[in-house]
Structures are given as C-alpha cells and as structure tokens.
Design a protein around this ligand. Structure first.
Ligand code: SF4
Length: 455
C-alpha cells in the first residue's frame, strides 16, 4: 500500500458507523483471521509476540496525551504474572478533543480490532471499552460488540461508562473505577500492568492508539513509517477548533505544518492571537510562530509543547488571552481530584492569581508570585494533572507577558467582556469558573469531519 491519507479515517461516514461488513470491505480481515496472519500473533517464549515487535518497529506511541511507547506498555503486561485484561480508554476528558468519540461513533470496529489484537498479544481474554458519561449514548460501540460475537475471537468485549471528569480517564482512575471505587487517580505503585482491574495485569490503551495498532497489524511497520518523521512516525488525529472555516477532526501525518492543517480546514476566518497545543493543560504558542510550525513533538519541543491528545485550539485576536487563561486555569483547578495538597492548593492559588491579574487587582509582584506557585506545584501530585495545568500557566506568562503586564497596570481590557472562546463541558459547573459568560461552541460543536494535511 502507498503512503497516503487517510488511513484511520478511510471510509468514514461522520453520520453513521461502519458495520462489521463495511469495515471488512474497507480494511480487510484481521491478521488472526486471514491467511498468514498467525505469524503476527504467534507468541514467543520471551513474552511479547511478533505483533508487539512489529508495533515496536513501527514506533507507535500512545495517543492519549502522554505519548508513551505502545510496545513497552504491551510488553510489560505480557510479561506480568496472571491473566491480563485490556482497557480501551475512550473517556476523552479533554473538552476540546473529539477524535476518540468520532472513532467510536463512526469506526468502532477499527478500535475493537486493536483491542482484540492487543488482548491476544498480551495474553488477555477480556477488553473493556470505557467512555465518559457524556458519550454513554454511543450505541455504535454496543452494536459493534454485538456484531463481533459471531466471530468468536476469544476476547470478551464489554462496554463501560465512567463518570465525567478531567482526571477520570487517568489510567489509575480507570482501574479504580472498574474495581468498584471512585474514578480518581491513585498513588502508584502498583502500576496497572502489575495489578490493575481485578488485580490482573492491565493494559490501558487509548482508543486511537488501538486503531493504529490494527492498521500496523494489517500492513506492517514499514508501511506505518512511510508517513510522519523518524522520531514520530505515522499519522495522527487532531481536533482543530477556533476561527477556521471548517473546525473538526483531521488526520494528519506527524510533522505536517500547522499552516497546511489550517489550509485544509478552509483557512482562517479571523486573525489569530495564539494557539493552545496538546489540550487545555497544554502550551500556548504565539501566533507569530504558526507559520513554519511542524506538528510533531520534536518540532514543538523548542516551544515547550507537544502534540499531546491532538488538541489544536486557535484563539482569535478579538479574545483576551489573560481572561481566557484565567478561566481555563480555574476550571483545571476545579478538576483536581482533591487528594494531593500541592495540586489542590497550588492550582487554586495559581488560578486565583490569574483571575486577579485579569481583573487588575493582583498588585505588584504577581509574576514572581506565579513563578513561585508553579515551582511549589509542579511534580507534586499523584498524577500528572498539576503538571499540565502548570504548563498552561507558565506558557501564558511567557506568551502573554505584555497582556499580563497591561492587565496588572490597567485592569480588565475591553476584550475581557467578550464571550469566552474555548468551550467547557456542559457537565462542569460554569458558576465555579472565574467568568461565567456564555461559551461559544467551537470544538464542542465541531462534529464536521475533515481529512487531509499531509505537509
Ligand atoms: S495530583 Fe491532583 S488530580 Fe492528581 S491525584 Fe493528586 S489531587 Fe488528584
């Protein structure tokens, strides 16, 4: 097969799910079900199997945000003692991300292919597809699970709904929830691969990661590496929001330029002030850097950014970046699971400082205060939540230094009164945010599907 896009989104219809037969017509049978496929799924005495080796050669990394090597995770589970279990993480706690919902809504069998393959490779007989409460209506997944029963793949597929929450999709939170507890992160070790769901070695894998795995199993590592760059091969799904003609979910190759993505989305519909990359707990990059910005971790590293969960949120020049950051910071602080002091106190203190700066009541020394709070908070939680929130605050202080200084001296600007541009989920209480203005739908309503942006 030649290296073209789309890969994952081949044959997708955003308005309906591909049936099992349609899916097989587009992608062909799984290697385990087709001739010669046994080679990929054969188990080796060193616990891993040929599929894991192929995934390693492909260089597949997780698409949930942390970008962890998929093969390393699989190998750890395959090597652990006991019957393993697979958890498909499609909880998608990032409010600006729509990609996992799109996959499960339109291409459920591609994700289930990956779940079955991963389960077979790590020695699991069960895979649980987890979605958040907001997506509990994804009947496409339940229908797809029902369709596959006749295939007798040796993996029991289940569907589970997890309470909404920014941190409820963290690996340890999912495990705790599936064990009957609250969907909150736990202190590790043990790691899920050591003792996870029902005390079994547990592979928690993002839905998109598993969809890529299904493609690698069919076409091989070499094919996968024909797109992307050496340090980050393959394609990836991103959710583009903000002032573009067609916001939505796109499949791009790693290393594609942000300019080409914006072009594929019909171009800008307004002047842009900055772009938030990775997610709400991501990194602001100044609009002046957009041209020439490559979408890969390697190319974004100089900006302190990464592709993360594929969120690319453009902020218009009409918005106030200080007020917008203050609002996101407060929301992130509210999303703390309330278990670790530095996370609870640190994030709320940072959010409060941002709100004071936005209102012009912070007084002198706000910048130093922010820097001190960042140092006290970073790396001090049981999970990565505070680190991401701190990243948002730090990058805002850098990119919007001028605006922060203006607000500190003159108070709220004219743009502070405008409707907020970045949507917050309906399930979170808007009254708890710094500004409870009506949120204009961007990513939240960006159900349009677009495919493209190679370079
Ligand atoms: S760091 Fe924050 S979000 Fe993570 S477990 Fe601790 S309190 Fe909860």
């Amino acid at each position: 097969m030649t290296a073209t896009l789309p890969r994952l989104l081949l044959g997708v219809d955003p308005d309906s799910a591909l049936s099992l037969q349609d899916h097989l017509d587009v992608h062909g049978p799984l290697p385990s079900l087709g001739t010669g496929g046994r080679r990929l799924l054969s188990r080796r005495p060193d616990a891993g199997g040929a599929l894991i080796e192929e995934v390693e050669r492909a260089g597949l990394r997780g698409r949930g945000g942390a970008s962890f090597p998929a093969a390393s995770k699989m190998r750890a589970v395959a090597s652990a003692r006991g019957k393993a279990i697979v958890v498909v993480n499609a909880t998608e706690g990032e409010p600006a991300s729509m990609k996992d919902r799109l996959l499960l809504q339109s291409l459920p069998h591609l994700v289930l292919d990956g779940a079955v393959l991963a389960a077979t490779a790590v020695g699991a007989d069960e895979a649980i597809v987890c979605v958040c409460e907001t997506n509990a209506d994804l009947h496409s997944v339940q229908r797809a699970i029902g369709e596959r029963r006749a295939l007798r793949e040796g993996v029991d597929l289940r569907f589970s709904v997890v309470p909404n929450g920014y941190v409820s999709g963290q690996e340890s939170a999912l495990v705790q929830h599936l064990n009957g507890g609250p969907a909150l992160p736990t202190f590790t070790p043990p790691m899920p691969f050591q003792s996870g769901v029902q005390g079994r070695p547990t592979l928690v894998s993002n839905a998109e990661t598993l969809a890529h795995l299904a493609m690698i199993a069919r076409h091989g590592a070499e094919w996968y590496r024909q797109l992307g760059i050496a340090s980050q091969p393959g394609s990836t799904l991103v959710t583009l929001s903000g002032p573009v003609a067609h916001p939505g979910v796109y499949e791009i190759e790693h290393g594609a330029s942000l300019s080409s993505l914006i072009e594929a989305a019909g171009g800008l519909s307004a002047t842009v002030r900055a772009v938030l990359l990775g997610g709400y707990a991501g990194t602001w990059v100044d609009a002046r850097s957009i041209h020439g910005l490559g979408l890969s971790d390697e190319q974004l590293a100089p900006y302190g950014a990464s592709v993360g969960a594929g969120v690319i949120a453009l902020l218009s020049a009409d918005a106030c970046p200080v007020a917008e950051t203050a609002r996101l910071m407060q929301w992130l602080a509210d999303q703390s699971a309330g278990q670790c002091g530095p996370c609870v106190n640190g994030l709320h203190a940072i959010a409060k400082t941002f709100a004071q700066v936005a209102a012009g009541t912070a007084g002198r020394g706000a910048a130093q205060n922010l820097a001190r709070l960042v140092l006290l908070t970073r790396g001090r939680g049981a999970c990565r939540h505070p680190d991401g929130a701190v990243r948002l605050a730090e990058s805002a202080a850098q990119v919007f230094a001028e605006e922060l200084s203006d607000h500190a001296r003159h108070g709220a600007c004219a743009a502070c009164g405008r409707a907020a541009e970045f949507p917050l989920p309906a399930w979170s209480d808007p009254e708890r945010t710094t500004r409870s203005k009506r949120t204009r739908g961007t990513a939240g309503s960006a159900s349009k599907l677009r495919i493209g942006a190679r370079a």
